[in-house]
Design a protein around this ligand. Structure first.
Ligand code: NAP
Length: 329
């Protein structure tokens, strides 16, 4: 039988910990492994039951650090890993998963996800390989990331019982609300939200575009002038900053931080199974976990909807925030 979310060894917490920043490097800058390990422990001690990593995060560095961090505590945490070889086919999927198991120092991962469906991804082979890994007990459950309506249709032509779709979702990026939330619901898939504070933007600490680190200006919020950008589109910088101002005003009126408000807002959205925040220190974990109990009333939810709708419309329904809006997913 295909496992559902509820069949995992224990429930996924409302907040999961994302381990991308543990890789440091050009994307995140220096990151001390001791801090990363303390961050994992702080999250687990605060009730986080799932950690999300990927082979692509520093070519395995993040997987290795997570492996060292959970040593002796493997039975207390769910591991979500990904496969992302180029090209992704039957052999490379198996190899990518096996390498991940070694780096994580574990005999299984709880959730294995396709990280990206690229044009050269051989979807029927990848589905077959992941189902084999599941049948062999190396993986408990299967999911995808960044799958739009077309990719979901293709996926379910070949496989059954895929339980999650991990998507960028936050107050500045609501593309999934147009079609994908409904598509996920119809396939009984939970949504795992990534970049829930838009890589720090929703903390309100960047006042101008120039203050945002170059590596965090790759999304379609920003113009493609940024060196690392690959979308080639015009971006929506002025509207993004104006939307941040509106959210800042609502947060101030409630006496809450923008980050807490943004994280709590996601917990009130349809189809969300867990919100994966990135954190680099135990202090960031503690700050973010406060949002778990922040209840938002209808007036606040409506105000946030109104404040962010213009940007939502401008950015459109394509849920891939890194590539051109015209790339069909
Ligand atoms: N499936 C995919 O394609 C995909 C893509 C992206 C991410 N993800 C997953 O989602 C996770 C989270 O997404 P993300 O890391 O891109 O974005 P995020 O969670 O929106 O932002 C994380 C960054 O914001 C800063 N931050 C976190 N808490 C803070 C706080 N309380 N106050 C101030 N700053 C704070 C930290 O960086 P600084 O301290 O350096 O500012 C942190 O690394 C990733 O780790 C990864 O596991 C998946």
């Amino acid at each position: 039988m295909n496992p559902r979310l509820a069949d995992l060894p224990f429930p996924i917490s409302k907040f999961s910990l994302g381990a991308w920043a543990f890789a440091g490097g050009a994307m995140w800058g220096n990151q001390d492994e001791k801090n990363s390990i303390a961050t994992v422990h702080a999250a687990m001690d605060a009730g986080v039951t799932m950690i999300d990593t990927a082979p692509g995060y520093g070519h395995g560095v993040s997987e290795e650090i997570v492996g060292r961090a959970i040593k002796g505590r493997r039975d207390q945490v769910l591991i979500a890993n990904k496969v992302s070889a180029v090209p992704l086919n039957y052999e490379t999927t198996i190899e990518c998963c096996e390498t991940g198991l070694k780096r994580l120092q574990t005999d299984h991962v709880d959730l294995l996800q396709i990280h990206w469906r690229r044009d050269d991804t051989v979807i029927d082979e990848v589905v077959a390989a992941m189902e084999k890994l599941r049948d062999d007990g190396k993986v408990l459950a299967l999911g995808v990331c960044n799958f739009g309506p077309k990719s979901l249709n293709d996926l379910f032509e070949h496989g059954t019982g895929w339980i999650t779709n991990q998507l960028a979702y936050n107050l500045l990026w609501r593309a999934n609300e147009f079609e994908i939330t409904d598509a996920c619901a119809s396939h009984d898939m939970g949504i795992l939200c990534y970049s829930p504070i838009q890589q720090g933007l929703l903390t309100g600490r960047f006042a101008t575009v120039d203050e945002v680190p170059e590596s965090r200006r790759r999304t379609r919020h920003f113009s493609s002038d940024s060196e690392l950008s690959r979308h080639g589109d015009a971006g929506n910088e002025a509207l993004t900053l104006a939307t941040l101002d509106r959210i800042r005003t609502i947060a101030a009126g409630l006496g809450e931080s923008m980050a807490d408000l943004s994280l709590a807002w996601l917990l009130h959205q349809r189809g969300v199974s867990s919100v994966i925040f990135g954190a680099r220190t135990p202090e960031q974990v503690a700050a973010n976990m406060k949002a778990e109990n922040l209840k938002l009333d209808t007036a606040t939810l409506n105000a946030l909807d109104e404040a962010t709708s213009e940007l939502k419309t401008a950015l459109g329904s394509n849920a891939d925030l890194w590539n051109s809006e015209t790339r069909i997913i």
